[in-house]
Ligand binder design. Structure first.
Ligand SMILES: [Zn+2]
Length: 261
């Protein structure tokens, strides 16, 4: 049994290693498959034994094997987090031989959501961007899951509300005030979340993330960490709120002050 846990954890670490490549390359419009990874400082290609998740970081003591430049702690942390995601989401409670295709599909969907959310979160903070490719992948796993799990009116109306609501409000602000509220990536993400969470669920996401964004934005202005013209990524608020809705629905019920249901 312990071997299965280990296998799933290693699977998570390897996907986490790939997610690091995605997080670095997607916003720089580089291919995520080629070429092989190299040091961002000296350009030296990373050998396979220097590319083992978490362990290589520890053995190299967080430095490039060639030029000694520091490697961010972010890399092993992402690998470790994705390993933990895999352990938390895999259906260990079902005997291995009884795991059905549907159980596996559900695991892939939830694990993909967790991974895309993590990548989106980091990329948006670093580049104020939610890449289309990640949103497309999210749509590709969420849409079939929603088709199989919910009646059509749930995901059709959910997707429309999630996309058109934020889109129209953003358009209105642009026309009236000349300011761009939400980015295109935020609006697309809301649309995909609408397909998964339904119309009521995504309205909750929109209200809660706006509330969280306003409160934290005002706090940052009050403590002079930023001024009102600082560009602020909105994606992280959407992602944290939606993650609580998807993975901890009981907690969301407790903390949601709007109480739409
Ligand atoms: Zn180097």
């Amino acid at each position: 049994m312990i071997a299965i846990y280990l296998l799933i954890f290693i699977f998570g670490l390897l996907i986490g290693s790939f997610l690091n490549v995605v997080i670095y390359r997607l916003p720089r419009e580089m291919s995520v498959v080629r070429p092989r990874s190299s040091c961002t400082n000296c350009g030296k290609q990373i050998k396979w034994y220097q590319n083992i998740p978490v362990f290589s970081y520890l053995i190299l003591r967080g430095k490039c094997g060639e030029c000694d430049v520091k490697i961010g702690i972010k890399y092993p942390l992402v690998e470790l987090l994705v390993g933990i995601f895999a352990l938390l989401l895999f259906p260990f409670d079902i005997p291995i031989l009884n795991i059905t295709h549907l159980d596996l599909f559900k695991f892939i969907v939830e694990f993909s959501i967790a991974c895309v959310f993590l990548a989106h979160f980091i990329i948006d903070i670093e580049h104020q961007l939610l890449p289309d490719k990640l949103n497309l992948y999210l749509l590709a796993v969420v849409a079939p899951y929603a088709f199989l799990s919910f009646p059509p009116h749930y995901w059709v109306i959910g997707g429309l509300v999630g996309f058109l609501g934020p889109y129209l409000v953003t358009l209105l602000f642009l026309k009236l005030r000349g300011v761009v509220g939400l980015g295109g990536g935020d609006i697309k993400l809301f649309g995909i979340l609408g397909i998964l969470l339904g119309p009521v669920g995504v309205i909750n996401t929109i209200f809660m993330s706006s509330l969280a964004g306003s409160v934290i934005g005002l706090l940052l202005i009050a403590t002079k960490k930023m001024n009102k013209d600082t560009a602020l990524a909105f994606g992280p608020y959407i992602l944290v709120v939606a993650a609580v809705q998807i993975f901890f629905p009981e907690v969301f019920e407790l903390i949601n002050p709007f109480g739409f249901n």
